[in-house]
Design a protein around this ligand. Sequence first.
Ligand SMILES: NC(=O)C1=CN([C@@H]2O[C@H](COP(=O)(O)OP(=O)(O)OC[C@H]3O[C@@H](n4cnc5c(N)ncnc54)[C@H](OP(=O)(O)O)[C@@H]3O)[C@@H](O)[C@H]2O)C=CC1
Ligand SMILES: N[C@@H](CC=O)C(=O)O
Length: 338
Amino acid sequence: MKRWDLVISGFGTVGKQVARLLTERKERYRQRYDADVRLVAVMRSKAGCYDPEGVSSELLQAFSEENCMGDMTFTGIDFLKGSTYDVLIETGPSDLETGGAALSYMKTALAAKRHVIAVSKGALVVDYSTLSALAREHGVFLKVSGATAAALPTVDLLQYNLAGSDVTYMEGIFTGTANYVLGAMMEEGNTMETAIARAQQMGIAEPDPRFDLEGWDTASKLTIIANAAFEAKLGLSDVKREGIMTITQEQIAKWKAESLVPKLVGSLRKEGEVLKAAVELRLLESDHPFARVLGTTKAVRVETDTMGELLVVGGKSDPVAAASAALKDFEHVLQQTR
Ligand SMILES: NC(=O)C1=CN([C@@H]2O[C@H](COP(=O)(O)OP(=O)(O)OC[C@H]3O[C@@H](n4cnc5c(N)ncnc54)[C@H](OP(=O)(O)O)[C@@H]3O)[C@@H](O)[C@H]2O)C=CC1
Ligand SMILES: N[C@@H](CC=O)C(=O)O
């Protein structure tokens, strides 16, 4: 039986769910893949815990509960370099300006021939080309489902289900928080503040809700999808971006009276060799398929040259679903390395 040692960087809402699901699925990995999967290390911003034989559930519990003061000399990169592992699952903050610590973790792991499964978006947005080149050079996988709408298949849909087809257009509702906030304002008469607070309680809103509501989250996902699945060289600044933070109660009342449904839609359109990316507020007729995508649910629609049109609705934003998407990526690594 092959040993698979895993590290999780970032041990917050999603990271903890990844750890929980990994424990639950241990037997499945044994039976299906003849794999002895162990979580050997987890790290937070100021501390990490590592046991080469597998971190015990008691230690994990203590690590997740303690007020993480850590050791002032702790650095995630040294911790990672000092750990022996096969796969890094990155669930730290998404820093869209520099890629943050996640970028150095991912580069370090890939250069050391470790597979990387990204849930955070910043590093992929900032330097996907270097990361994918490192993965190719070292013969390991860089998987990005968790960072590209998680339970809603996007990159996998394009790379696996539509392999060989030319996807000429893609559009979707990619940010559950924005969709939830718009729906709560339209259907439940909530204020934006109340709706944001609810999305934060659900664990799906980013630490700064403007990330979701000003379109950065959708723009980030589009950038990664474009680079990973369309082999484009898109930067975040290439995405035309609109948000929903300035929506007023007067606008809500008007749209209701006109039976229009507001949705934050991200799109990628091929125009010759150029890929045009945009995030915009669209006012949809009530019979539009996206108008019925409610709550934290997401959706994607694609147009292809030879496989027609596809619509996938579902994959709601949810920390457990995001963790499960990361482990879908892990399962694909297990399948592709057998
Ligand atoms: N929440 C969701 O539903 C989804 C989130 N994502 C993405 O996943 C990532 C994590 O989200 P979420 O779990 O909600 O975020 P949280 O804020 O709950 O957790 C972030 C974790 O990262 C840790 N961290 C911060 N800095 C570092 C560092 N330098 N090195 C190691 N760890 C660090 C934090 O440490 P400490 O505990 O010490 O504060 C915390 O444990 C984000 O990038 C988000 O965009 C993607 C899909 C869905
Ligand atoms: N903030 C995101 C969650 C992760 O991608 C969302 O609301 O969909």
